[in-house]
Design a protein around this ligand. Sequence first.
Ligand SMILES: [Zn+2]
Length: 487
Amino acid sequence: MEEERVKKGTKIMVRLGERICGRESFTAKALGLLPAYNTYRKTYALLQESQGWSREELAAHQAKALSRLLDHAYENVPYYRRVFQEQSLVPEDIQTPEDLVLLPFLTRADLQTNLPDLKAQNYPESAFEYVTTGGSTGIPVGFYYERGVSRAREWAFMKTQWDRVGYRFTDRCAVLRGYIVGSAKEGVYWKKTLCGRWLLMSSHHMAEETLPAYIDRIKRFKPRFIQGYPSTAVILARYMREHGIEPFPTVKAVLCGSENLYPWQRDLLTEAFGCRVFSWYGNSEQTVLAGECEESCHYHIFPEYGIVELIGRDGQPVQGPGAMGEVVATNLTNFVCPLIRYRTMDLATAGRGPCTCGRSYPILERVEGRVQDFIVTGKGELLSGIAMNIDTDAFDNVKQFQFYQEKVGEVILNVVRKPAFSKQDAEYLYREVSRSCGDDVLITIRYVDNIPLTARGKYRYFVQDLPIHFSEREGGIVEHASPDLLA
Ligand SMILES: [Zn+2]
């Protein structure tokens, strides 16, 4: 029975391989995909079981995975051998996730500087797949996945969380991420992939004139899911709502990731697509993954994936539900390039358990977004983008917009106007945005011709040019700090 399943699975992967690799190197590639499939299958099976485990069972699993990781890092990873020695520690000193505070954080800068020493010496060179992230914003970082393993494992986790809204591999999916596909000349802005199951749609061609063609194509494609960046899906949703276009009848849920999902975006997407919006939070470094519960909009952290700490401004773990901290995460499965206490520079708020769904997973009530996406008020306080409401009628005659900050307490709102945009619109917009940002932020509206996408094809609502540090220890912006500190 088991073998049957493996064979069937292999066939699917082989077909997939054929599609990806072409026929020449087909056999070699297909064989190469087998370990990936086995990793996927094993991880998925574990998750089916572990989501029913009690808090104690999950804690035991994490403690075991953590000590395996730390033993390995101490033995085989020069950077961590050095860190342990500098702290006069051995792996046995860290028995539980709470003991991790004994080890220092790993910042993006540490990762950049020490990458050669973060490679495990007991793996062959062929096991390392170099990956980079964060080029468009913040500090770009490079790190390693385990070739053929890390991505397969990630898929098992993604599938497990998408199961919560009924996703199956055979389902059709319209994908609105940062792709450039098709050509304006031919009026085609999409292409099919994954044996025709996924329709990748270009985010670079979405405009007032082309969106009717997008909508028509989606209708004919009959997807069961829309998957995308919230900011890209919002462009389509806004257009549909403004033109009174009915939701796609076949779409069962919108799957949103890779960017923070703001409450106003969730409301808009839910209304325009007439279905559940399901979001997850993770990063390319694969240190944390948390997906929404099917019974609420809170996020369940996968404890099998990594250990998540929320760290306050004083550098210590925050306590209790409702407390906000920086997500500091330890991946439990990447042995080729272990990332221990990695500072994600994302902020999140702890939630209260237990959940009605019965899972004992830890809960995040909200993901506040990247530290670099916060507005700095005149008093030096950090204002979360979550507090902003963009989905008001004040934006009705605004084609595109982007907030930009380069001075403490001042925010520039770049606006691309629609033809009907009037002086009254400008005044109304100014009032609404000023109200959202509070008394300590001065708003200036600036008219521009267009707002370019990032290199990764994302629409960014906010560009922060001030260096923002959540932690007091870094001497950056802290509450009630004098703006002079930033000069
Ligand atoms: Zn739940």
